[in-house]
Structures are given as structure tokens and as C-alpha cells.
Design a protein around this ligand. Structure first.
Ligand SMILES: NC(=O)c1ccc[n+]([C@@H]2O[C@H](COP(=O)([O-])OP(=O)(O)OC[C@H]3O[C@@H](n4cnc5c(N)ncnc54)[C@H](O)[C@@H]3O)[C@@H](O)[C@H]2O)c1
Length: 450
């Protein structure tokens, strides 16, 4: 099945549905089959063994939580480096990490939390479902002993229709087990790494299943580990929920950036205006312009939605405009830095980037806007250093010891991401000329928002 088929919504795939038994509206099981009923009991009494495939930002904290809640839990990852890191960071006796899949054969519940990046090709960015396919194939290749029930729940973000059209056929090629011994669910992950207030256990979990037994088991499993569950009526509704959440942020941040540029030109502080507008107790949600978006959620997921809309012949002009805005953000930010320093002086200057991860209080560099800014500064002739307490190495250099460094050697320190360790007043008092591009000052400190 091609990626295009994967993204196509149920209505456009009517012809194909005849070849696969789990059509969108098919009522596979109204009562729980015996093997899944027995699994439900093991989930309730927590004797079920849980495997989490993919031990990154999503999978590892989830596996730790599942283990803390009393399930024997195995974290699987194809990266030896990640497995070693998980073993070193593990805090739960019921947790172990594996670099091979053999022990998947013991897992009654398997959660898939592998990456869903986008690839840059054909002049555009397209979803890459390779890791989801590989992880699903690994689960299928390591079944439980015959007759025993298993729940497979996917957490990776992708377009509506993907669980049904890509995951299900890989998991159960003959269509013989889903609905009898395999329950298949989808539950998008909403974790916000670095957020001190909301974490995996207290963010409500949207759950769904390919049939009623799968939906019930998925909901039951997550009820054991998180505070609140929000069941969706279909896999597609749950899949679409995640894309809506992140595309909503993507579009609104683009507008905040557009508004910020306008305010800059008329000499008004957009952060102040946004803060004032937020004093209205209803109908307004503040978004702030920063150095640009990054990471593997906000900066990736809208491309899944765009491709899905295009594939059914739809249009997404608002989303396209937001994409254009984000793509030109690095230049807009660079222009401001160049204005502050002066273009001529910049070519002979040293600039310090403060905070190079894409968001506060973590070291995640995926699609960080700091990289584009660094490239533009270097292209303009500037020498660029960085300081980031969470990032040891960035763009072939090491984090500068900001206490030992002499601020007089730098034309400007540009705060790209404001980690909790950064105190602008203290930096200024130490002699740094600071230009704060981060989106933090307009809102309370990280962890206190939302
Ligand atoms: N990071 C976030 O803040 C966040 C939040 C919500 C949702 N998500 C979504 O959750 C999913 C996982 O994201 P992440 O940030 O944890 O990614 P990540 O890159 O941090 O971790 C994924 C892990 O999966 C491993 N992996 C890749 N292919 C594998 C395979 N076939 N078998 C086993 N392991 C494999 C990788 O080695 C990596 O360690 C993505 O779909 C992402 O969009 C991420």
C-alpha cells in the first residue's frame, strides 16, 4: 500500500475496503471475544506485560509511568545508544530496556511510539511512515502464544486512516486475528517535554479502536495509567484530533509572527498587545512570536494534514499561508538581528546564541530555528558561538562557558530559547548586550502557562 493510500480518508477508499475485512463502519465485535476478555482481566489486575516500542521523548516517560503503575514493562528501541540511556535513567524496578525484539513475544499490550518525521523531497515535505511500518512488522513477527489476546495501541502522529489502512494490514495480513485475539487502538500522544505542570499522567488521553472491543480495551488500558481518558468514536477521529491540535498552534503562531512584524514596524510591542488582549476572559488565546517553531510535532504534523487534504482533492489555503510564514521566519528574525548590530559591523562581529534547542528546558534540537539563524549569521560573515546548558554539541561546536567568556568580545547575545537558567537581568548586569527573540517574556515562566 502506498503512502497516498495511507493518507486517504475512508470515503475515497471504498473500493479497497472490499479487500480488507475491517471497513470503517464494520461492526467487528459487539461483545468482547474470549481472548480479549481474558486480556481485559489481565489489564485490570495489572498482570499484563506491556511493551513500548520506541523509547524516545514519548516512549520512555510512558514506559516509566506504566511500570510505576505496576505493570511489568519492556521498552524496545532499535538504537543501542537509546537503550543504554534508558537503562541509565530508569527509575522503576518493573522496567527493562531491550535493543532486540525477542521479548515482544511476552507482551500482552504493545504501545508503538516511534517517530513520524517528514522527508524533504520533490520540493516539498512529505510524511515518512517507515518507522511505523517497521515497528508494526516487528510486533507482527513476535506474536503471543496462539489464542492469547493482545492489545496494540499506536501513539505516533499521522493522518486519519493510517491505523486502519497501514497498521492493521501489517499487523494482521490475513485479517484473521483483529477482532478475535488482537485489539488495535490508536491514542495520540500529547506530552509536552519540559512542561513542569502537564506530564503524561495528567494530560487527558484520547483513545479509539478499530472495533468496539479494541476501543474498550484501549480505553481500559489507558485508564490504568492516566488520570483522564477521552474516548473517540473512531480511529480517524482520534488521528484527526492530534493533527487539529498541532495545526491550530502552527497557524496561530504564524499569525502571531505576522502580527509581531507589523507591530515592530509601527513601534509597538506585540508581546504587550498580546498580553493586554489576553486580559479578556473569553474568546482570546494568546500566541507569541519567537525565533521560530521547531521540534517533531508543531513543525511536522501540519504537513501530514496538508498532504491528507491534498490527497482527497481539497485545498488548504490558510495552512499554506502559515507554512509560507514559517518558512520565511528565519530570514525575518535574521533581519532584526542585523538591524540591531548593523549589517556592516555584523560581518566582522562575534555573536552568541543563547539556548539553541527548539523549546525551553530540554535539549531537543530537532528542526530547531537556531540552526537556520546560525547559517544566516555565518553567511553574513559573523562568527557564532552558543551557550545551552542542555546541549553539549551544536553545529560542530561546544557550548561556551558563558561565565568565563568576555561579553566585550561579542556584538550581541541573541536569546533564541529561554531556558529556566537564563536570567536576562543578570546577563545584562554581567555586561552582555542581549537581544531576546524567545517567545517566553510575554507569558509567565515555562511550566506556569496553559
Ligand atoms: N516529542 C514530543 O514532544 C511528542 C509529543 C507528542 C507526540 N509525539 C509523536 O510521538 C511519536 C514519537 O516521537 P518522539 O518524540 O518520542 O520520537 P523520538 O525520536 O524521540 O523517539 C523515537 C524512538 O523510536 C526509535 N525507533 C525508531 N524506529 C524504531 C523501530 N522500528 N522500532 C523500535 N524503535 C524505533 C528511535 O530510535 C527513537 O529512540 C512521533 O509520532 C511524534 O510525532 C511527539
Amino acid at each position: 500500500m502506498s503512502e497516498i493510500d495511507a493518507q486517504r480518508p475512508p470515503t475515497a477508499l471504498a473500493a479497497r475496503e472490499a479487500t480488507y475485512p475491517f471497513a470503517p463502519d464494520a461492526e467487528v465485535a459487539s461483545a468482547m471475544p474470549p481472548a480479549l476478555e481474558a486480556l481485559a482481566r489481565r489489564v485490570r489486575d495489572r498482570s499484563a506485560v506491556v511493551g513500548v516500542v520506541g523509547q524516545g521523548y514519548v516512549g520512555f516517560p510512558l514506559a516509566q509511568l506504566v511500570a510505576r503503575e505496576g505493570f511489568m514493562t519492556i521498552g524496545f528501541d532499535i538504537s543501542e545508544r537509546v537503550v543504554a540511556m534508558c537503562r541509565a535513567r530508569n527509575e522503576e524496578p518493573a522496567y527493562s530496556a531491550e535493543g532486540t525484539f525477542d521479548r515482544l513475544r511476552n507482551c500482552d499490550v504493545v504501545v508503538i511510539a516511534v517517530p513520524t518525521p517528514t522527508r524533504d523531497d520533490d520540493g516539498g515535505r512529505h510524511p515518512d511512515l517507515g518507522p511505523v511500518r517497521d515497528a508494526t512488522a516487528a510486533v507482527a513477527a513476535h506474536p503471543l502464544p496462539s489464542g492469547r489476546g493482545r492489545l496494540v495501541a499506536v501513539e505516533s502522529t499521522y493522518a486519519p486512516g493510517t491505523t486502519r489502512r497501514v497498521v492493521a494490514p501489517l499487523l494482521d495480513p490475513a485479517g484473521a486475528h483483529i477482532g478475535t485475539t488482537i485489539a488495535l487502538g490508536y491514542s495520540p500522544e500529547r506530552i509536552d517535554p519540559g512542561n513542569d505542570r502537564f506530564h503524561v499522567a495528567n494530560i487527558p488521553k484520547v483513545t479509539s479502536g478499530i472495533d468496539s472491543a479494541s476501543a474498550s480495551l484501549t480505553e481500559l488500558f489507558y485508564r490504568q495509567i492516566v488520570e483522564r481518558v477521552a474516548p473517540a468514536s473512531s480511529l480517524e477521529a482520534a488521528e484527526a484530533t492530534k493533527l487539529l491540535e498541532n495545526t491550530f498552534r502552527f497557524v496561530n503562531i504564524a499569525f502571531a509572527q505576522e502580527f509581531d512584524e507589523y507591530c515592530e514596524r509601527i513601534g509597538v510591542n506585540a508581546r504587550e498587545v498580546t498580553g493586554l488582549a489576553a486580559s479578556k476572559p473569553f474568546g482570546f488565546m494568546p500566541f507569541y512570536a519567537g525565533a521560530g517553531i521547531g521540534g517533531h510535532c508543531i513543525a511536522e504534523d501540519p504537513y501530514f494534514l496538508r498532504e491528507a487534504i491534498i490527497q482527497i482533492g481539497g485545498g488548504a489555503p490558510i495552512l499554506e499561508a502559515a507554512i509560507e510564514n514559517h518558512q520565511s521566519r528565519a530570514e525575518a528574525v535574521f533581519r532584526r538581528v542585523a538591524e540591531v548590530v548593523g549589517a556592516e559591523r555584523l560581518a566582522k562581529s562575534r555573536v552568541l546564541l543563547l539556548g539553541v534547542s527548539y523549546k525551553p528546558n530540554i535539549g531537543d534540537l530537532r528542526r530547531t530555528p537556531a540552526l537556520d539563524l546560525l547559517a544566516l549569521l555565518e553567511a553574513a560573515g559573523a562568527a557564532v558561538d552558543y551557550h545551552d546548558p542542555y546541549v553539549e554539541e551544536f553545529a560542530g561546536r561546544s557550548s561556551l562557558d558563558v561565565v568565563a567568556a568576555d561579553p566585550a568580545d561579542y556584538a550581541l547575545a541573541v536569546m533564541v530559547t529561554r531556558h529556566r537558567q537564563f536570567e536576562p537581568a543578570r546577563l545584562r548586569a554581567a555586561g552582555w548586550k542581549l537581544f531576546d527573540l524567545s517567545d517566553s517574556p510575554g507569558r509567565p515562566r515555562a511550566g506556569a502557562w496553559a
